[in-house]
Design a protein around this ligand. Structure first.
Ligand code: ADP
Ligand code: MG
Length: 326
């Protein structure tokens, strides 16, 4: 099978996904062509997953497909954008029909629940690597940014953190005790479901927004640095994975105390929740959004004039997020 048959068989079907917007020209030409509806702006984001770095080379191809697309849709969600199109560049060590079939099934599964359409890409041979560029639409001037936080804003978090971190410990074999809900945590790691509807709902309400990919503390700090302010976090209020809350479970998971488990959750990455800031007078709008979209949303702190990140006793909070190149 040559490269063109491969594209036709595996990738072309993903360009048929029904979304709110068409593409004027899709897979098959030298470039894709899209129309931007009047009054809207295009939001563009890209993320690369490298085998052996972002996922074990032996990871299930279905999960790799889900995750490669999910991390990009999560970035669109953080911008308040509605996903529309994506491109896909894959580098494969060899042609493997089963791998490709399952990888594309993963992409199709997520594109079905968070509609987005494949419109082009590139296919090459080499060490396993996947790059996706996702494009979304947002009303003119309404994209959420990291830099918009204002002093006095409440800081909110969707869902809970540390679940993908527990999943990673399981995947790495760092937890030996079998778990009833191990599957749940592994799914939270391998198949994140980006908060797309929530992100859209937050446009015009939130002042600043970020998706939690590096770790909650690291990502709150990104907002604070971009906005030129500080924060007090109500650390005990931050919702963390159930197993990390329970003293007995904590020990089984290899933490010495619930304090250390909480520290782990605050700095674990890959949860793809949204963290955002909102003026206190809009608290009722946030409650309404939480109810309407059935997303747990918790107030975890407040934006302050004083720089840095502190707990509510004034103690500085440590950031221990994951970084490349350090
Ligand atoms: P060119 O040589 O002009 O760059 P390619 O041979 O790389 O074109 O690709 C042919 C067509 O197939 C293009 O429309 C391209 O966007 C599409 N394509 C190639 N690889 C992929 C992929 N992995 N996913 C989706 N579309 C792809
Ligand atoms: Mg060309």
């Amino acid at each position: 099978m040559d490269e063109f048959d491969l594209i036709q068989r595996y990738f072309q079907p993903l360009s048929q996904q029904q979304t709110g917007v068409e593409a004027a020209l899709s897979i098959g030409d030298d470039g894709a062509v899209v129309d931007i509806p009047a009054g809207q702006q295009l939001v563009i984001t890209t993320d690369t997953l490298v085998g052996g770095v972002h996922f074990p080379a032996q990871a299930a191809p279905f999960d790799i497909g889900v995750k490669a697309l999910a991390v990009n849709l999560s970035d669109l969600a953080a911008m308040g954008a509605t996903p529309a199109w994506y491109t896909l560049s894959v580098t494969l060590p060899q042609y493997d029909s089963v791998w490709l079939r399952d990888f594309c099934a993963g992409l199709a599964w997520l594109a079905d629940v968070r509609p987005v359409r494949l419109i082009g890409g590139d296919t090459t041979k080499g060490p396993l690597s996947i790059n996706i560029q996702a494009m979304g639409l947002v009303k003119q001037g309404c994209a959420l940014q990291r830099s918009g936080a204002q002093i006095g804003d409440d800081i909110y978090l969707s869902g809970c953190i540390g679940e993908a971190g527990v999943g990673l410990k399981l995947a790495l074999g760092q937890i030996n005790t079998p778990l009833d809900d191990g599957e749940y945590y592994l799914n939270r790691l391998h198949r994140p479901e980006p908060r797309v509807a929530l992100g859209q709902a937050l446009t015009g309400v939130a002042h600043a927004c970020i998706d939690v990919s590096d770790g909650l503390f690291a990502d709150v700090q990104h907002i604070l640095q971009a906005s030129g302010c500080g924060a007090v976090l109500n650390v005990d209020a931050i919702p963390i994975a159930q197993v990390l809350r329970d003293t007995e479970d904590c020990v089984r998971y290899g933490f010495d105390s619930t304090t250390l488990a909480r520290q782990f959750a605050n700095n674990a990455g890959d949860d793809y929740e949204l963290c955002f800031t909102v003026a206190p007078q809009h608290a009722d709008r946030i409650r309404a959004i939480a109810a309407r979209y059935e997303v747990p949303i918790t107030r975890i702190g407040r934006v302050t004039e004083q720089q840095g990140m502190r707990d509510d006793h004034g103690q500085p909070l440590l950031v221990q997020g994951y970084r490349h190149f350090v």
